[in-house]
Design a protein around this ligand. Structure first.
Ligand code: ZN
Ligand code: ZN
Length: 345
């Protein structure tokens, strides 16, 4: 299998309009009005429109409330931030790696924007933890990806697929890495997100949940962008569009749903307000959605609709047509400096 090479920065002998997303030719000069895939322009615009920074979110109330959470809630809070930090941190790197091997400069540019947002997501986890807990607990939470057996087991295949692409970049390994990126953006974070929304609906840790909703909104757009780029890359490389590869994708989705279910039952077991069976259904509903985005069929026909009804108020209005729960609170948030505004506590 042919190894993809890192492309030159500028190649004036090549055309401005890329001849392929991966393994093609392009000058490196990017004209958004002359793209091989014109709809990529919209993908970038949608992502750019979501700009935010963690420090904008006022966590003053959360700082007071964290100590009053139950022990189970505090533990889950730290574990889930640990999970998000473990999975979201590498998203910056994978976006940059995909950019490195993409020939199409519009894809490089989209990946640069995604990488920037991922870097802010990672920062936001440290920002939340430094606001609500001690330095030792923060360090422990970030160590989870290297120490928690359940989490490590859950992440095994992601580690394998991402590292395979990093060490052996080919059309096949980049396509597989993009399948996993879609899984991360559209499925792996969602039981974690649900935990924070559940706190918010009980008027707890609303600042953190607001931030999580910004991350959630970003991830949905990233999932859309990556799956669109995946489909276009697959169309350019029809020899990979085989029954075997399709089956591989379905397998990864089934495996990921299993892992997400095991994880959510482990981390959310003692949390009031979350029905774990409903959570299983929600994960399957997310899997169906992401499969559709990749151009495939749903594999959980009983979960075409979202079975976790309460969560719709937090996640279903991200298209901006309706006012969502967090938009109401976010307009009230106070922009604070690096000091977090905690001096008055
Ligand atoms: Zn992220
Ligand atoms: Zn993302």
């Amino acid at each position: 299998m042919e190894t993809l090479t890192r492309v030159n920065v500028l190649n004036p002998a090549n055309p401005n309009k890329a001849t392929a997303i991966f393994g093609g030719e392009a000058s490196g000069i990017l004209n958004w009005n002359n793209l091989a895939h014109p709809h990529f322009y919209t993908l970038r615009q949608r992502i750019r429109s979501l700009f935010w920074t963690a420090n904008e979110v006022d966590l003053t109330q959360d700082v007071k409330q964290f100590a009053n959470l139950s022990k189970a809630e505090q533990d889950a809070f730290l574990k889930i931030i640990g999970l998000l930090a473990t999975l979201d941190g590498p998203q910056t790197v994978i976006a940059m790696k995909i950019a490195d091997f993409a020939t199409d400069p519009s894809v490089k540019s989209i990946m640069a924007t995604i990488a920037d947002q991922e870097s802010e997501h990672n920062h936001s986890y440290a920002y939340v933890l430094s606001s609500v807990t001690t330095y030792d607990k923060q360090v422990e939470s970030f160590e989870m990806g290297r120490s928690d057996k359940v989490l490590m087991k859950r992440n095994e295949r992601i580690v394998e697929i991402y590292n395979e692409f990093a060490t052996n970049p080919t059309i096949e390994t980049v396509l597989k890495a993009m399948v996993y990126t879609t899984l991360l953006e559209g499925l792996f974070f969602y039981s974690g997100f649900a935990f924070f929304y559940n706190l918010a609906r009980h008027q707890k840790m609303v600042g953190t949940s607001t931030m999580i909703s910004y991350i959630n909104r970003d991830e949905l757009q990233h999932g859309k962008a990556i799956s669109d780029i995946f489909r276009a890359a697959l169309a350019e490389n029809p020899e990979y569009n085989t029954e075997e590869f399709t089956e591989w994708i379905y397998d990864q989705f089934r495996h990921s749903v299993e892992q997400e279910t095991i994880w959510s039952r482990y981390v959310l077991a003692d949390i009031d307000g979350i029905d774990l069976d409903e959570m299983d259904g929600y994960v399957k509903y997310r899997a169906n959605k992401m499969l559709r985005m990749l151009g495939l069929s749903e594999i959980y026909p009983e979960f075409i609709d979202n079975p976790m009804k309460w969560i719709r108020a937090y996640t279903d209005n991200f298209d901006g047509t309706k006012t969502d729960f967090f938009e109401q609170t976010s307009r009230q948030y106070v922009k604070t400096s690096d000091l977090n505004g905690f001096d008055d506590l």
